[in-house]
Ligand binder design. Structure first.
Ligand code: 13P
Length: 248
């Protein structure tokens, strides 16, 4: 019922020319995909990668968007700037932005509302740290991130949520399929309570954190997991394609 969505998050890797070379390798490998395929790329790569994606089934995403329409925000990128290059998705509130760049649930909320208003699909990242998991705070942390980060959203099914346990990102330590499924079920239940149960059934929730060609089938087989947000493995065409083609 929910169409799976596999998205690459290149982070601060790949210059524009490297990015173009990568999507040229990926495109033929994923053209029979049954899921939505997205690459989220550094802002400066967007013009060149946008051009390279023409005629493919891969959609373009950004890694952040500012919440103001325009103005004195040196170094920031607006939704209109992204739209001009055919960007469809935008990652918001990645744990690296929360950790290193002062992103909070409040700024996540402002960016998400702005993205939706502009017609971009936000991929909103939430997830607990290792300490929070070990002290049994996972559900409380996620509840707060959802309550504040997704406040005032009219149509919650327009949002993609990425559950990324911080301890699983770039560490090679994946949440077990059962752990990921159970936590995503909690996220869906919370959305049901805060929005409506029917809409919660329609929201796509990805897993992210050391997802790769070897573990994607097991993760994607879980009932609650609707896709993946892929870091390291999205930088290699065969690996990313293997994840996109998880059902083949
Ligand atoms: P890795 O796949 O490298 O663990 O990164 C996950 C991630 O942060 C995707 O946004």
């Amino acid at each position: 019922m929910r169409k799976p969505i596999i998205a690459g998050n290149w982070k601060m890797n790949n210059t524009a020319s490297e990015g173009v070379a990568l999507v040229k390798q990926i495109a033929p490998l994923v053209k029979e995909a049954n899921c939505d395929v997205v690459v989220c790329v550094p802002a400066i790569d967007i013009p060149a990668v946008s051009e390279a994606l023409k005629g493919t089934n891969i959609a373009l995403g950004a890694e952040n968007v500012h919440f103001a329409e325009k103005g004195a925000f040196t170094g920031e990128i607006s939704a209109a700037m992204l739209l001009e290059y055919g960007v469809k998705y935008v990652i918001i509130g990645h744990s690296e932005r929360r950790q290193y760049f002062g992103e909070t649930d409040e700024t996540v909320n402002k960016r998400t509302l702005t993205a939706l208003k502009a017609g971009l699909t936000p991929i909103v990242c939430i997830g607990e740290s290792l300490e929070e998991r070990e002290t049994g705070e996972t559900e409380a942390v996620l509840f707060e991130q959802i309550k504040v980060g997704l406040k005032d959203i009219e149509d919650i099914k327009e949002v993609v949520i990425a559950y990324e346990p911080v301890w699983a990102i770039g560490t090679g330590k994946t949440a077990t399929a059962e752990q990921a499924n159970e936590t995503i079920a909690f996220i869906r239940k919370t959305i049901g309570e805060l929005f409506c149960p029917k809409c919660a059934e329609k929201v796509r929730i990805q897993y992210g954190g050391s997802m790769n060609a070897g573990n994607c089938k097991e993760l994607m087989a879980m009932e609650e997991i609707d896709g993946g947000l892929i870091g390291g493995a999205s930088l290699k065409a065969p690996d990313f394609a293997a994840i996109v083609n998880f059902d083949k």
